[in-house]
Design a protein around this ligand. Structure first.
Ligand code: SAH
Length: 355
């Protein structure tokens, strides 16, 4: 009979060495991590990130450009299903002013995120992107605006967009279909593949602790990521929003999220992996603990202050204090205290070779 504790450690070493495990092996780790703890896993993930990116933590400025959304994601507070949201849409001038503020604070990546808002047409976005790129030629522009057509992604890339974030949310078809209305799992994956094909730096990612999510589902997330090989992976705990059908569900836990972060780092050593706002929202030290578990990116909020509370994806989303771009210095202090250092450069993926 194999000693299970020995096997647990052996699999972590194997993952550290090969950056791969089979589904049954991942499930074994997930089933035993409560018993044996995730210290060793986290240590190996930290060693891996230090080997690849050193102790650098890349900063991105997040601008939440619109909370209008035509999609019906059952877990999301700004989905079309929620009639109570106060909807806003930033103007070109407001977006440029946010970039300007961010640039002055030293940010060299702007992430424009929003709901799927039909008013943000290709023409409007290309015009905006040309302007940002002209003003800040040394900054990267990342979009996170949901599913768009191949042609649209091509036009936006042509206008100078560098990166695109589109989480797959969950690699389980069944779970995906149960948490979305009028959405197609195949279309989501096709959009991700289109982005890859076009040559974007692509970010996929998933939520941890979605109601009814199993350990096998989480193992599928890792195997899906390994196959897609995205440059970035956004992952954070699922957190219920009071206006959704999940209002009474438990949020994903800190421990589970840290375990998944560490596993993701070990599967994809080169990935740019944010320690997300959702993680910071469920635990006071979530941000730092995420960094220690292998994350190497943080994305403070640069949106105009008066709309921040309206971009409410889940309850308790932190948007002030260390999460706010204008408090970059205090965030920097905390990152240093955790044993890392802030890197304000554009921070491309290693494959882009201009780091
Ligand atoms: N419309 C864009 C941006 C979505 S918001 C898109 O479709 O990609 C960014 C991310 O927030 C989502 O991908 C989702 O993973 C996360 N999110 C939304 N609601 C959440 C919730 N209740 N708990 C945790 N994360 C949530």
């Amino acid at each position: 009979m194999v000693n299970e504790k020995y096997l647990f450690r052996y699999l972590i070493d194997k993952l550290y060495r090969d950056n791969y495990l089979r589904e049954d092996e991942i499930v074994f780790l997930l089933e035993n991590v409560k018993l044996y703890g995730n210290d060793y896993l986290i240590q190996k993930a930290d060693e891996t990130r230090r080997r690849v990116y050193g102790d650098r933590v890349f900063m991105r400025g997040l601008i939440e450009i619109s909370n209008y959304c035509k999609r019906q994601c059952r877990y999301c507070g700004i989905s079309a299903l929620n009639p109570k949201v106060h909807r806003y849409r930033l103007t070109k001038e407001e977006i440029l002013a946010s970039c300007d503020k961010g640039y002055g604070l030293g940010f060299r990546t702007f992430v424009l995120q929003g709901g799927e808002d039909s008013q943000f047409t290709d023409d409007l976005l290309t015009d905006l992107i040309y302007e940002i790129k002209e003003r800040y030629p040394d900054a990267a522009v990342t979009l996170s605006l949901g599913e768009r057509s191949f042609q649209s992604y091509r036009k936006l890339l042509g206008a100078g967009v560098d990166r695109y974030l589109l989480r797959h949310e969950t690699a389980s078809r069944e779970l995906y279909e149960s948490i979305h209305i009028n959405s197609s799992y195949d279309a989501r994956l096709e959009a991700l593949r289109n982005l890859k094909r076009l040559g974007y730096q692509v970010g996929a990612g998933f939520m941890v602790g979605i109601p009814k999510q199993t350990k096998a589902d989480l193992a599928q997330d890792l195997l899906f990521l390994k196959e897609l090989d995205p440059e970035m992976v956004g992952l954070g705990p699922f957190i219920p929003h009071r206006a959704t059908i999940y209002r009474d569900e438990e949020p994903g836990s800190l421990e589970d999220t840290l375990t998944m972060l560490a596993l993701t780092r070990l599967f994809l050593p080169y990935a740019l992996l944010p320690s997300t706002t959702a993680l910071a929202s469920i635990d006071e030290n979530g941000r730092e603990l995420g960094l220690k578990a292998g994350a190497n990116v943080v994305m403070p909020n640069l949106s105009p202050v008066h709309i921040r509370d309206d971009y409410s994806l889940y309850d308790g989303k932190v948007s002030s204090g260390y999460e706010a771009g204008e408090h970059r210095k205090s965030l920097e202090k905390r990152i240093c205290q955790a044993g890392y250092k802030v890197d304000m450069s554009k921070g491309d993926h290693i494959r882009w070779k201009n780091n």
